[in-house]
Design a protein around this ligand. Structure first.
Ligand code: 13P
Length: 267
């Protein structure tokens, strides 16, 4: 593979953890322990912690971006408990879309996820679109087919150039690897990343090779190296380990080695 200038991205998905009173301190600690050249860092706290995390990072380390964990597919209306893209203005610059926990717990379909993607793009948010198969799909040899269908469902009907201009990031998160301590093999994740870029090409993306693809699923400081050793993988979407400063320091530190290697390969 040709050397790539795709960025190396480490995104923390805090899921339903932290409170407004402790999130700022955790964000500051993680920011302070992950100042590594060349790595794009993103922290995605719960909605109610966005403001405190934003304030903490603006003061401490504005290079760390803040992301939301979801966005609604409508702009406003009778949607109790939901959060729209305009509400995130000034609070977040990134957003996770289509996480498997939302597909599972909130019945999110590919079509709905596609609409959320559109709202994110319109709202100036940088989307992290999550895809990934269930264990039964992998065991049945259907992993590629499932991920291709998820991508098609979410991206269909969107102008590829417009979504590309929003700097879409894709996270491949096999469902069976999330929160289980059982991570995919680096080589399997890399094969899926190649398949994802091939699918983007079929969907009309002219520069699919420029889309960053992250791996997610039980990533830790101990196993991140296996994924970043794969040239087609550009970082990680980290769940449980992202709440632990020691783990994040190790993960981002390893990501910095990949970022430096990519830079020297093209210079
Ligand atoms: P874990 O890292 O806890 O497995 O979670 C992964 C994930 O779902 C990130 O979005």
């Amino acid at each position: 593979m040709m050397p790539t200038m795709r960025p190396v991205v480490i995104a923390a998905n805090w899921k339903m953890n932290t409170t407004p009173s402790d999130a700022a301190e955790l964000a500051r600690t993680i920011a302070g322990r992950t100042r590594v050249a060349g790595v794009t860092r993103v922290i995605c706290p719960p909605f109610v912690c966005l403001a405190s995390v934003r304030d903490a990072l603006v003061a401490d380390d504005p290079q760390v971006a803040v992301g939301a964990q979801d966005v609604h597919h409508e702009l406003a209306g009778a949607y109790t408990g939901d959060t729209s893209a305009p509400m995130l203005d000034g609070l977040a610059t990134w957003v996770i879309i289509g996480h498997s926990e939302r597909r599972r717990d909130h019945g999110e379909t590919d079509e709905r996820i596609g609409r959320k993607l559109g709202r994110a793009v319109d709202g100036g948010l940088r989307p992290i679109l999550c895809v990934g198969e269930q264990l039964a799909d992998r065991d049945a040899g259907r992993a590629f087919e499932v991920v291709e269908r998820q991508l098609g469902g979410a991206l269909d009907g969107h102008d590829a150039a417009r979504v590309a201009a929003a700097r879409l990031v894709i996270a491949y998160e096999p469902v069976w690897a999330i929160g289980t301590g059982r991570n995919a093999l680096g080589s399997d994740a890399a094969a899926m990343a190649e398949a994802i870029r091939a699918t983007l090409g079929r969907l009309g993306w002219e520069r699919a090779g420029e889309v960053p693809i992250l791996y997610g699923g039980s990533v830790t400081a101990a196993n991140i190296g296996e994924f970043l050793a794969e040239p087609s993988i550009d970082g990680a979407l980290v769940g449980g380990a992202s709440l632990k400063p020691d783990e994040m320091a190790g993960i981002v530190g390893r990501a910095g080695i990949t970022a430096a290697a990519r830079l020297s390969a093209i210079s």
